[in-house]
Design a protein around this ligand. Structure first.
Ligand code: AGP
Length: 610
């Protein structure tokens, strides 16, 4: 939800922090701020709005910080103003704090301290951390942090500076991700919300665990548990050849990531398909075929786009592996009293692996004995540490807030998993081989959609003046419609509803007229005739019909106001090429309407608060 970056090493700490924040801005961009030591004095700079505002203010004041903490914010408590920008301080301005997460007992703590005569200066929950640090009993900094950790409820990744420790960065975390990195050669040390923000050099990194504390000096990192007992933690080497995140000539990260999909879909299945035995081999799977054969029910958890991938996967598992499978929205599931047994497999889908609702739902399922399989894109993320096993997307960093390549990689990995489960049960080798051939075709299918991007841009420009859309489909195309509508909403702020085509006549059709275009995903052979009837009903009400149909589908073509042809594939895999076309339609609509494509208003890449 927010991005944290801290640095200690050479004098250019402010510059290092700006470089780090630039790679974290996709986690939130309402405001930004920095605090650092300059000649032993603790100073700070804050700015509302995007990161470049903070850069401009820093340039005016030439801060040669020897160490600094910095933050880019997605507002949870308190408006996105400069005053609410992090860092926040105690009353004496001895402690500076940046924070990601939500302090759930901040109201009670604020009230308690106001009663003690403490004056607060912001509307944020974060300020209670700084004020508590300022009030904590005298003693070593670790004892102070341990005291504060004991008072706080909720989720937090915190980096702080204390005036008595000008040569030290202090960090602690609970539920939210925080990485400590040390350059073994120069001794430079950093704290970051995720590894994307770290400079591309050889670094020894450590993930802070639950209620763990870190003291970071130049060349030295010490860890402690919440009682203040020293901890020895495993370090991992992050190679200097880390994938450099750049737009590579595209106008936006989103367009680059859309065009990466032939490669990322290939990366999702390469090295995992065993053609001889017509099945799948996932590397590093800690669960055995026997474990999967014992599975009597599958629950698939996720949020947003990841939930949509789960819906499509659930149908595929039931259809082909004949195992009962239900999708569930993680933020709903975690407050139900789910019926889980040891033979329930929970598949948790999350690109970031940091979505608080998904992680919390997984913990609820674990508490009831479920086995957890994570489908994730970020190694070492919170979800992968909670799961019994993880299948990685291998999609590379997804920077644009709106998920595109991660979604089609999720669908590809889940199709592989469906084949794996089906071949464990009753699907024969020949059918398995046929499915594998279809998977091998996917990159080319997607490439042929991408080659027709100019047609989608024309469509998008033609319809960009409308402010309401229905996205309709049946079976997997209904869930694809949900995802298509979400993309249009997120990117262009247009009201778009994904709906089961068969449901329109039960009420929503009352909305249709010539000002409400219907986008129909017709790529489901099993229900094609029924969908055509639904489209007739829509057309009869005057609604413009934009139909995405398989090449050669003349029935849909004759009905459509505008048609976009999708290269033919099976119903099981059609969501992938259709989604790529739908992503481009949403992208070009947003371009035509001039919205901020990589960082849409009010959004953040990973929602690490509930
Ligand atoms: C995707 O376009 C959205 N920005 C959002 O719905 C996202 O899919 C959701 O927040 C889940 O994120 P995750 O996959 O990282 O858990």
């Amino acid at each position: 939800m927010c991005g944290i970056f801290a640095y200690i090493g050479h004098e250019k700490a402010a510059l290092e922090c700006i470089k780090g924040l630039k790679k974290l801005e996709y986690r939130g961009y309402d405001s930004a701020g920095m605090a650092g030591f300059h000649e032993g004095a603790l100073r700070f700079v804050k700015a509302a709005g995007k990161l470049h505002r903070l850069e401009e203010k820093l340039a005016e004041s030439a801060h040669n910080f020897s160490s600094a903490i910095s933050h880019t914010r997605w507002a949870t408590h308190g408006k996105p103003t400069e005053n609410n920008a992090h860092p926040h301080f105690d009353e004496q301005q001895h402690v500076a704090v940046v924070h990601n997460g939500i302090i759930e007992n901040h109201v009670a703590l604020r009230h308690e301290m106001v009663q003690q005569g403490i004056n607060f200066s912001s509307e944020t929950d974060t300020e209670v951390i700084a004020q508590l640090m300022g009030l904590s009993p005298t003693g070593h900094i670790v004892e102070k942090v341990s005291y504060v950790l004991g008072r706080l409820r909720g989720s937090m990744a915190v980096a702080l500076l204390h005036k008595d420790y000008p040569d030290t960065l202090i960090a602690f975390s609970r539920e939210c991700p925080l990485i400590v990195a040390l350059d073994p050669i120069t001794g430079q040390a950093m704290i970051a919300s995720d590894s994307n923000a770290l400079p591309s050099m050889d670094l020894d990194i450590t993930y802070l665990g639950q209620d763990e504390i870190a003291l970071i000096k130049k060349g030295e990192v010490l860890f402690f548990d919440k009682a203040g007992k020293p901890l020895h933690k495993k370090q991992e080497r992050l190679g200097h050849d880390m994938h450099l995140v750049s737009k590579q000539g595209f106008d936006h990260f989103m367009l680059k990531e859309i065009f990466e999909q032939p490669d990322t879909i290939r990366a999702a299945f390469m090295g995992r398909l065993n053609e001889e035995s017509a099945t799948v081999e996932f590397e590093g799977l800690n669960l055995t075929p026997a474990d999967f054969l014992n599975v009597k029910r599958v629950l698939i958890l996720g949020c947003g786009t990841s939930y949509h991938a789960g819906c499509i996967a659930a149908r595929l598992l039931e259809e082909y592996a004949r195992v009962p499978a239900q999708p569930a929205i993680a933020s709903e599931f975690r407050y139900q009293n789910p019926i889980i047994s040891p033979d329930t497999l929970v598949i948790a889908i999350s690109q970031s692996g940091e979505t608080a609702d998904t992680v919390a739902a997984v913990r609820e399922a674990k508490a009831k004995g479920a086995t957890i399989l994570a489908i994730c894109n970020i190694k070492g993320s919170l979800l992968t540490r909670e799961a019994d096993s993880t299948i990685y997307l291998k999609a590379g960093p997804e920077i644009s807030v709106c998920s595109t390549k991660a979604f089609t990689s999720q669908l590809t990995v889940l199709a592989l998993f469906g084949l794996y489960m089906a071949r464990l049960r009753h699907v024969g080798r020949d059918e398995g081989k046929r499915f594998i051939q279809e998977l091998y075709q996917l990159p080319q299918l997607v490439m042929s959609v991408l080659e027709k991007a100019p047609l989608l841009q024309e469509l998008a420009v033609k319809y960009s003046r409308y402010n309401h859309f229905f996205y309709l489909g049946r079976q997997a195309m209904f869930y694809t419609a949900l995802e298509g509508a979400l993309k249009l909403k997120e990117l262009s702020y247009i009201e778009a509803s994904g709906y089961p085509a068969g449901e329109m006549k039960h009420g929503p059709i009352a909305l249709l007229d010539e000002d409400l275009p219907v986008i129909a995903f017709a790529c489901n052979r099993q229900t094609q005739d029924k969908l055509l009837s639904n489209l007739q009903e829509c057309k009869a009400r005057g609604a413009p019909l934009i139909v995405f149909a398989f090449e050669g589908d003349t029935d849909s073509t004759s009905l459509a106001t505008d048609i976009f042809h999708i290269p033919s594939t099976s119903d099981a895999l059609a969501a992938i090429p259709v989604s790529v076309a739908s992503q481009l339609f949403a992208y070009y609509t947003a371009l035509a309407r001039g919205t901020d494509i990589d960082q849409p208003r009010n959004l953040a890449k990973s929602v690490t608060v509930e």
